[in-house]
Structure formats: structure tokens, C-alpha cells
Design a protein around this ligand. Structure first.
Ligand code: DGL
Length: 287
């Protein structure tokens, strides 16, 4: 397909930083919190800015061209404002479409989140794996190229779930989603073929691990739900390995939202539980 899966990636550590590393974690909404949690567990003393481009949520609804242009513009403003040392694109949809443009435009290390096809293929015993993505990531050439590159003899079913990311947002904002609606979104993940059943599902949207507990209760049979966040944290660890983390209290953590919406109290609590006690809304709103 002509996609270089590893374009712009390097395993080399960054030169040592002379200050507490400042990490910008970016998503279209709240899904990147699943990646933030893994990063905080790995680097509790780093400074974190969590930026949600919620004015444009869901990214899966935008055309690839509009999405790439928007992400580059928002990122420009965030980088000017926050001066991060490293950016984690905690969004499969954004990573699969916009990482090459971001790496070309900014002289900063970007770590992306891509569908965990390899770990799912390594985990399956039945040979039936599902990649559960947003419609945008399911359409992305990069996602298809990863499946072509890593599936081998494993049969991969790619599911673009239309509403799951929005459902995860709603749950965190205190508007629970009923079981039937959630079960309908994940139903296509479960394939039975020649006496075999899907046994591994790669969660190819960072919102989805927010719902894993619900998925377990709604699954027709047990599967491994594979979260990409640990792999992202390992990659950040490799890049920051030359910069020893300072001892002392954890540095600041802030949440930024591009929309002007006021966070409802369940969301304020969910953010505070993740150490994000400062919330700024209306940051760099765009049309
Ligand atoms: N968390 C994003 C992802 O991983 C959600 C994308 C969207 O906004 O549609 O793909």
C-alpha cells in the first residue's frame, strides 16, 4: 500500500533534558486518559498537559484531509503555548492519519498510538483476531497496511464502531450508556468460523479501554481485550531513558479542552482522579 509503517520512528533516546520532562498528551477527547494513566504510572514525576481537541470530536467524522489540517493547526498552538519536550498522540485516528505531517512540521519527538495488531496476533490461539477501531481509523490506509504487514496466517476482522468513542465520552461525563447499545457496537467483534472463535480484540481507539469492564460483561465469550497504552509508555520510556526523573513531588498536571463547554461534575471528578485538577476550556478554539 506504499505506507511506511515506521516513518520517522527512531529508537534512539533523546539527549538528556535539563528539566523535568514536560509531556503533552493529545487526543480528540477523553480517550487519551487511558494512555495518560499508563504514562503517569511509568513516569510519576513528569509534568503532563492533557489536551483534548473536543471542539472537533469525534475525529472519525472528519475527512482525512480536514483532520490532518486541523490537527497540525491545533498542535502548532499547543506547542507554542505549552513548550512540551515530547508529544504523545494518544489517538489512533490522529496517529494513523496525521503522524507523518506532524513529524514533518515540528522538530519535536512524537509518539503515536497505532492499532495493536502485532500484540493481538501474538496473543491469539484460535487464529481469529479483531481490530476494533473508530470508523476513521478503520478507513485509514495505515491501519490496513498494519494488518497486511503483521497478520500473517491470522484472520483479522476490522470493525469500525460508529458510536463507541462517543459512548465512552458520555460515560465519563456522567451519562451512562445502556447495555444493549454497547453490546450492539461490539457484536461484530465476535466471529465463529470452522469451530474457532475470536479470542483477541485489539482496542484501536484510546477511548475503548475506558469501557473494557463493560465489554467483559457483555461479551458472548471471553476474549483478550488488548490496550495499546503499555506499548506507548514503553516507547516514551525508551525516548526519555537518558533523562533521569527528579525525585520530589510530581510536577503539575493540567487538562486543556479546545471547546468552551463546561465540564460536568462527574467529568471534573474523573479528571481529578487522574491528577488533572486544573482544567482550562476554550483553549485555541477553531471554527
Ligand atoms: N481516541 C480516539 C482514537 O483513539 C478517538 C477518535 C475519534 O475522535 O473519533 O482514535
Amino acid at each position: 500500500m506504499g505506507v511506511d509503517l515506521f516513518a520517522g520512528l527512531t529508537n534512539a533516546a533523546l539527549p538528556p533534558l535539563d528539566r523535568t520532562p514536560r509531556i503533552l498528551v493529545f487526543d480528540s477527547g477523553l480517550g487519551g486518559l487511558t494512555v495518560l494513566a499508563e504514562l503517569v504510572a511509568t513516569f510519576p514525576y513528569a509534568a503532563y498537559v492533557y489536551a483534548a481537541d473536543d471542539a472537533a470530536f469525534p475525529y472519525g467524522a472528519l475527512s482525512p484531509e480536514r483532520l490532518v489540517a486541523r490537527i497540525v493547526t491545533v498542535m502548532e498552538r499547543l506547542i507554542d503555548r505549552e513548550a512540551p519536550d515530547l508529544v504523545v498522540i494518544a489517538c489512533n485516528t490522529a496517529s494513523t492519519l496525521a503522524l507523518p505531517a506532524l513529524r514533518a512540521r515540528f522538530a519535536l519527538p512524537f509518539v503515536g498510538t497505532v492499532p495493536a495488531v502485532k500484540p493481538a496476533v501474538a496473543a491469539t490461539r484460535s487464529g481469529l483476531v479483531t481490530v476494533l477501531a473508530t470508523p476513521g481509523a478503520a478507513r485509514s490506509e495505515h491501519t490496513h497496511a498494519m494488518i497486511d504487514a503483521f497478520a500473517g496466517s491470522v484472520k483479522v476482522t476490522l470493525v469500525g464502531a460508529p458510536n463507541l468513542a462517543a459512548f465512552a465520552e458520555a460515560e465519563l461525563r456522567g451519562a451512562p450508556i445502556d447495555d444493549g447499545a454497547l453490546a450492539a457496537e461490539i457484536a461484530p467483534c465476535f466471529v465463529e468460523e470452522d469451530g474457532r472463535r475470536t479470542d483477541a480484540v485489539a482496542l484501536a481507539c484510546t477511548h475503548f479501554p475506558l469501557l473494557t469492564r463493560r465489554f467483559r460483561g457483555l461479551s458472548p465469550w471471553d476474549v483478550a481485550w488488548i490496550d495499546p497504552a503499555p506499548a506507548v509508555a514503553r516507547r516514551v520510556a525508551a525516548l526519555l531513558s537518558a533523562s533521569p526523573m527528579p525525585a520530589g513531588p510530581p510536577a503539575e498536571r493540567r487538562a486543556l479542552f479546545t471547546s468552551n463547554r463546561t465540564a460536568p461534575s462527574p467529568l471534573v471528578c474523573a479528571l481529578a482522579a487522574r491528577g488533572l485538577t486544573t482544567i482550562e476550556a476554550g483553549v485555541s478554539p477553531l471554527d
